[in-house]
Design a binder for this molecule. Structure first.
Ligand SMILES: Cc1ncc(COP(=O)(O)O)c(C=O)c1O
Length: 395
């Protein structure tokens, strides 16, 4: 069976150019980037080259980039590091209720330490309203964190407007851009955000690598303590190979973001159109225009999403449900719940996310499999489908 991978928001296949760039740093070159000798200096040069490439992708300067172990650590560092640095000013943060668990869990940890968090709601299309944000800001608000693109729906938040509101009241803004970078042009100067998270494995780079942009002049308390790496903002020996991989992935993303995105979006639209026209009682969750071009979140009425996900996997189509990329769990999505998606749709909603490596042929085949599988699940009693016998019935 040739499998079709439509779960690129969970992780993307590594680009061959990234793999090539990383290889020498996995065996031939083994210096520690903090060492003063020749081996160390070569490693430093490689890490700094990668930093320049990442900075260039988002319009930052290299000194503003802190390498981390991924998007989760970047988010944690932003939320916890800013709270610690600013706790004398206040103990109130504002985040959206549709953030990734990397942000939400950090906020829960802060709550247990006496911080107060306001969780901003979203409308039916998954958008935050800057007016609601304005009303939530208090004299003791020390940070606002709103993601640029949502991982489940792809909906793009009005971060520029949010920053404008926050700036007027002198509150710094962090944005989790893990699902936006590489899909839409992201420029920290036009966004004006103070902190921004990104992750390598969402842009065809290696897993376990990411970065936090911290605007020059913004004070942040480090979370990882030890050596003086990353200008004392994140201790620990840098993974040179992973940094090089992120650097190459960033370079490819910068070159491809405008040229490749329209093609990916046209494949996504084709997939959506096929399903919506052939599959009754199906719908798209989230704003249809204000979203990244690779993502569609589709809701199927009277279908158990878990059964559908498993049946699709048996048929060779990889999709995802809820925030499965972070938890491996099949909990109903907190994002769709916040959007007020009806229960009958909520439980039957799946995310399909494409990349530049998907083909038209794959998309057509996947759409056909999805429609056939949905139809089949609707035709069998739910108990049978839930017992995991659905895949067998499908044969
Ligand atoms: C929006 C968002 N933020 C943060 C993360 C976490 O990134 P990482 O997997 O690199 O830790 C993810 C990953 O799914 C994500 O989608």
């Amino acid at each position: 069976m040739t499998r079709i991978y439509l779960d690129n928001n969970a992780s993307t296949p590594m680009a061959p150019e990234v793999f090539e760039a990383m290889l020498p740093w996995l065996h031939e070159n083994y210096g520690n980037a903090s060492s003063v000798h020749w081996f160390g200096q070569r490693a430093t040069a490689a890490v700094e080259g990668a930093r320049r490439r990442v900075a260039s992708l988002i319009g930052a300067t290299p000194h503003e980039i802190i390498f981390t172990s991924g998007g989760t650590e970047a988010d944690n560092l932003a939320i916890l590091g800013m709270s610690e640095a600013r706790k004398a000013i206040g103990r109130h943060l504002i985040v959206s209720s549709i953030e990734h668990p990397a942000v939400l869990s950090a906020c829960r940890a802060l709550e247990s330490r006496g911080f107060d968090i306001t969780y901003l709601g979203v409308d039916r299309e998954g958008l935050i309203h800057p007016d609601e944000l304005r009303a939530a800001i208090r004299p003791d608000t020390i940070l606002i964190s709103v993601m640029l693109a949502n991982n489940e729906t792809g909906v793009i938040q009005p971060v520029e407007e949010i920053v404008e509101v926050a700036r007027a009241l002198q509150v710094p803004v962090h944005t989790d851009a893990v699902q936006a970078v590489g899909k839409i042009p992201v420029d920290v100067k036009s966004l004006s955000a103070d902190l921004l998270s990104l992750s390598a494995h969402k842009i065809h780079g290696p897993q376990g690598m990411g970065a936090l942009y911290v605007r020059k002049g913004v004070g942040l308390t480090p979370r990882m303590l030890g050596g003086n790496q990353e200008r004392k903002r994140r201790a620990g020996t840098e993974s040179v190979a992973a940094a090089v991989g992120l650097g190459r992935a960033a370079e490819l993303a910068r070159q491809g973001v405008l040229s490749e995105s329209p093609h990916i979006a046209s494949l996504r639209d084709r997939f959506e159109h096929e399903i919506l026209s052939r599959c009754p009682r199906s719908r798209v969750n989230g704003h249809r225009q204000l979203r990244v071009g690779n993502t569609t979140n589709l809701g199927f009425e009277d279908v158990d999403g878990e059964a559908l996900l498993l049946a699709l996997d048996m048929e060779g189509v990889a999709a995802s449900m809820g925030a499965a990329c972070s938890s491996g769990s099949l909990e109903p999505s907190h994002v769709l719940k916040a959007m007020g998606v009806r229960k009958e749709i909520l439980r039957g909603s799946l995310r399909f996310s494409l990349s530049k490596f998907n083909t038209e042929e794959e998309i057509d085949r996947a759409a056909e499999i999805v429609c056939r599988t949905v139809e089949h699940i609707r035709s069998v009693p739910e108990k049978v489908a839930k017992q995991g016998t659905a895949p067998a019935v499908l044969e």
